[in-house]
Design a protein around this ligand. Structure first.
Ligand SMILES: Cc1cc2nc3c(=O)[nH]c(=O)nc-3n(C[C@H](O)[C@H](O)[C@H](O)COP(=O)(O)O)c2cc1C
Length: 368
């Protein structure tokens, strides 16, 4: 109620990026107050033993996580890990600090509960985030999402591998899992370096020796090209450290989707659209990946894209996702959306006769 009636109207009157910064700043400040963290935890935690699950070898209290891109710099970890989420992913973070793309670069598409983003991965750089993470309290596992520094130069093997090595060396020791963002849709680079799948293998080989204990998740560009997905899975399988695959947003303009709202000149801007418009594409990619991997593959799937309800999350679980992440729904619906989604999942488990949420994972793909 407080979010819907007070916080959201105030934030939605501001420029979206300013609202983003203010929200992070407020959460960072609140996170420094122990009783605020405790209060948030009591208010937002949804306790239900049936929802506890395993992901990438980690135990999670529930399968709903915060997606990368909200807390890019690990400023609000103490508070975010007190909001009832099962895990929190920070980043994307690169070896060097980057200002990202020119502004404006974040737009609301309110009639569709969606967002257009072309941030271009601005962040404070790995060293700054490492120092910050060392001082943060964490109550749930933390994923650290790494990306090549957006310095405007065309990526080369040396620059990409070197950049990931530096950020990985700095941050992997502080992470419960590391996500490699292989498809940042909003950089200015024209060619997508990792379209050549051999380069994914090269990067994994280079990282393998550095912190072999931390689970790695590959965040890939969405495609329904089954051959490409099979090739990616084959590369992932070659490295035992790869424990997960996540699906990023595609590069697009709002005009590429059939949207409810009309957004004038924003409709033709290039970036990535998040929220309900991408839901069906992500679900399709998820199904392909689950079919290719099969059950008990040792590589878990992470799904994000248009999850606003328990129904959305449960469908992604049944399509093979071990965990489901949120971003845009938190903007439009506030922090209480997590417990609403968890309650929705629990009702579905009951209706379908599953004892644990893990029993529902892949039910639409792997059974029968
Ligand atoms: C404003 C914004 C910034 C994002 N930044 C990143 C990022 O830096 N790295 C990344 O891997 N994903 C990023 N994402 C993608 C999200 O992690 C997630 O995959 C996507 O938003 C789909 O989930 P949603 O529909 O619940 O928002 C960003 C998304 C949004 C909306």
């Amino acid at each position: 109620m407080v979010y819907r009636t007070l916080v959201k109207p105030a934030l939605f009157r501001m420029d979206p990026e300013r609202a983003h910064h203010l929200t992070i700043d407020a959460l960072a400040r609140l996170g420094r107050v122990p009783c605020a963290r405790d209060l948030a935890r009591r208010r937002y935690r949804h306790r239900d033993a049936r929802l506890s699950t395993r992901f990438a070898g980690l135990w999670l209290e529930n399968p709903i996580g915060m997606a990368a891109g909200f807390d890019k710099n690990g400023l609000a970890v103490s508070m975010l890990t007190s909001l009832g989420l099962g895990h929190v992913e920070i980043g994307s973070i690169s070896a060097s600090a980057s200002l990202g793309n020119p502004t404006p670069r974040l737009f609301r598409l309110p009639d569709d509960e969606a967002v257009l983003v072309s941030y271009g991965v601005p962040n404070d750089g790995a060293q700054a985030v490492r120092d910050r993470l060392r001082g943060s309290e964490r109550r749930v596992p933390i994923g650290v999402n790494l990306v090549k520094t957006n310095d405007g130069t065309p990526p080369t093997r040396e620059s990409v591998t070197g950049d990931f090595l530096d950020s990985f060396t700095a941050l992997a020791p502080l992470a419960d899992f590391v996500t490699l963002n292989l498809s940042c849709p909003n950089t200015t680079a024209e060619t997508d370096y990792f379209d050549d799948i051999d380069r994914v293998g090269e990067l994994l080989t280079a990282l393998g020796d550095h912190d072999p204990a931390v689970p790695i998740v590959l965040k890939i560009k969405p495609t329904t090209d089954r051959g490409r997905l099979s090739d990616l899975v084959a590369v992932a399988r070659e490295t035992a450290q790869v424990k997960g695959i996540a699906i990023n947003l595609p590069s697009a303009s709002p005009g590429d989707y059939s949207l409810v709202g009309r957004y004038g000149s924003v409709a033709t801007r290039l970036g990535a659209v998040s929220g309900p418009p991408v839901r069906s594409l992500i679900d399709a990619v998820l199904r392909h990946l689950a079919e290719i991997l099969g059950p008990r593959s040792g590589i878990d799937l992470v799904a994000a894209g248009g999850v606003t309800s328990g129904d959305d999350a449960y469908r992604k679980l049944r399509l093979g996702a071990s965990v489901v992440q949120l971003y845009t729904a938190l903007i439009y619906r506030g922090p209480q959306v997590t417990s609403q989604i968890l309650a929705g999942i629990a009702s579905h488990l009951e209706a379908d006769g599953f004892e644990q949420v893990g029993d529902a994972v892949g039910a639409d793909v792997w059974s029968g």
